[in-house]
Design a binder for this molecule. Structure first.
Ligand code: SF4
Length: 350
C-alpha cells in the first residue's frame, strides 16, 4: 500500500472534481491554454547566443551544476551556426515541417544563463531576434541569481513596448537547500524566491524549471517544495526527470558508484509529479513533463518512452489515483504526508 494513500480522500476544503478549465484533463496543460489564448501552437525556436553561466566561468564555479551538460539540451544545428538570425532561419524551417499547425514562433534563448551579460549585450540579442519577421515573442532561460533589477526592468519595458509574449524561465531545480548544495548549484532557494517576487512585481510571466530525482531529494521534500511553490507568483512549471548525462560530475559519480545516484523508474517519476501537482493551484500551467537527452549523451536511464506519451500516461495515472492538480491545495494544515524517509528510489508505487 502506498504511503501516499494516507490522504487519498479529498479533504473538506479541496475541490471534489478536476476544474472544468482543464478541458477533460486532470491537470492544467500549458499547450491547451496556449491554443485558447493565442489561437494555436506557439513553437519555441532554440537559440544559443553564446552566453555562459556563473557556475562555469569561475564567478561561482567552473565545473557547472552536477547534472549539467548543455549539449544534452541544445539542438545540434545551434553549434554549427553562430549567428542568431541564421539559427532562427534553420529552426523555423525545421519546426514548420514538424508542426505545420504552429501559429507563431518564440525565440527561445535556451543555452546556459541567458541574462548573464551586460544589459547592452542582452538588449542586442533579444532585439535582433525580435526583428526577425517570423518571431512573435521571447522565451528566456536563466538562473535566479542572474536577474538583477535593471534586467528585469528592461524585460518588463520590452514586453510593454513591443506587446509581445515573453516567458522568463527560471531554473529552480529543487526547493530544498540541501539538494541544491549537493548538486553544486551555487545558489539557495531564498534566491529563487526573491527572483520570482521581483519578476512578478514587474508583471513578467515566469515559468519555473524543476528537476525531479536529484540526490537527497525525497517524496517529503518534493511535497514540501510544491506547497511552497503553490504560494509563489509562478505562471507555469516545467517538470524534468533526472537523467545522467555524459560529461557531467553526476556521470562521474554514477560510474564510480551507481548506488549513490539512484534513478527513478517512469512510474515513480509520474507519481512524484502527481504528488507535487496535488499541492499546486489550478492556475499554474504545466508546460513540460519531461525531457529526452540524445541517446549518445545519455548514460542512464533508458526508459524507452517517447516524451510525447507523457501527457497521456500522466492523465491515466491521475485517474487511477483518483486525483488532480490542486486537489490538496489549501489543505496543507490537515494532511499527513507519510514518512520523511520515503524515497522514490527505494519503493515502487503499485
Ligand atoms: S544548469 Fe545552468 S546554471 Fe547550472 S551549470 Fe548548467 S548552464 Fe550553468
Amino acid at each position: 500500500m502506498l504511503p501516499l494513500m494516507l490522504n487519498s480522500a479529498p479533504p473538506a476544503n479541496s475541490t471534489a472534481s478536476p476544474p472544468e478549465d482543464f478541458g477533460g484533463r486532470r491537470y492544467n496543460a500549458y499547450n491547451d491554454w496556449v491554443k485558447r489564448a493565442h489561437g494555436g501552437r506557439l513553437q519555441k525556436i532554440s537559440i544559443d547566443a553564446g552566453f555562459t553561466c556563473p557556475n562555469r566561468d569561475g564567478a561561482l564555479g567552473v565545473g557547472g551544476c552536477a547534472f549539467c551538460n548543455n549539449d544534452g539540451f541544445t539542438p545540434g544545428y545551434l553549434r554549427e551556426q553562430r549567428d542568431i538570425i541564421g539559427q532562427i532561419n534553420t529552426g523555423v524551417a525545421f519546426m514548420r515541417r514538424r508542426y505545420p499547425d504552429a501559429k507563431a514562433f518564440l525565440a527561445y534563448f535556451q543555452s546556459y544563463s541567458n541574462t548573464y551579460a551586460d544589459l547592452e549585450r542582452l538588449r542586442k540579442c533579444y532585439e535582433t531576434a525580435l526583428a526577425h519577421p517570423d518571431i512573435a515573442g521571447l522565451a528566456i532561460g536563466t538562473r535566479p541569481d542572474c536577474l538583477p533589477d535593471d534586467v528585469l526592468d528592461y524585460l518588463a519595458e520590452l514586453t510593454r513596448r513591443r506587446q509581445i509574449p515573453l516567458e522568463l524561465e527560471i531554473g529552480i531545480e529543487s526547493c530544498n537547500d540541501a539538494v541544491l548544495k549537493e548538486c553544486l548549484r551555487g545558489h539557495d532557494f531564498a534566491c529563487t524566491r526573491d527572483a520570482l517576487r521581483r519578476a512578478a512585481e514587474r508583471g513578467l510571466s515566469v515559468t519555473g524549471h524543476l528537476l525531479l530525482g536529484l540526490p537527497l531529494e525525497t517524496r517529503a521534500s518534493l511535497i514540501e517544495g510544491a506547497k511552497v511553490l503553490a504560494r509563489l507568483p509562478l505562471d507555469a512549471l516545467k517538470f524534468h526527470q533526472l537523467q545522467i548525462v555524459r560529461g557531467t560530475r553526476l556521470a562521474n559519480r554514477y560510474r564510480e558508484d551507481p548506488a549513490s545516484v539512484p534513478l527513478m523508474r517512469p512510474d515513480a517519476y509520474l507519481d512524484a509529479v502527481i504528488d507535487m501537482l496535488e499541492h499546486l493551484p489550478a492556475r499554474i500551467r504545466i508546460q513540460r513533463l519531461g525531457s529526452e537527452v540524445p541517446p549518445n549523451l545519455r548514460l542512464s536511464p533508458d526508459w524507452g518512452i517517447r516524451l510525447s506519451r507523457f501527457p497521456v500516461m500522466l492523465d491515466a495515472r491521475l485517474r487511477e489515483r483518483e486525483t488532480w492538480q490542486g486537489r490538496l491545495y489549501r489543505s496543507v494544515n490537515n494532511v499527513t504526508y507519510g514518512s520523511d524517509k520515503y524515497c522514490y528510489h527505494s519503493k515502487k508505487y503499485d
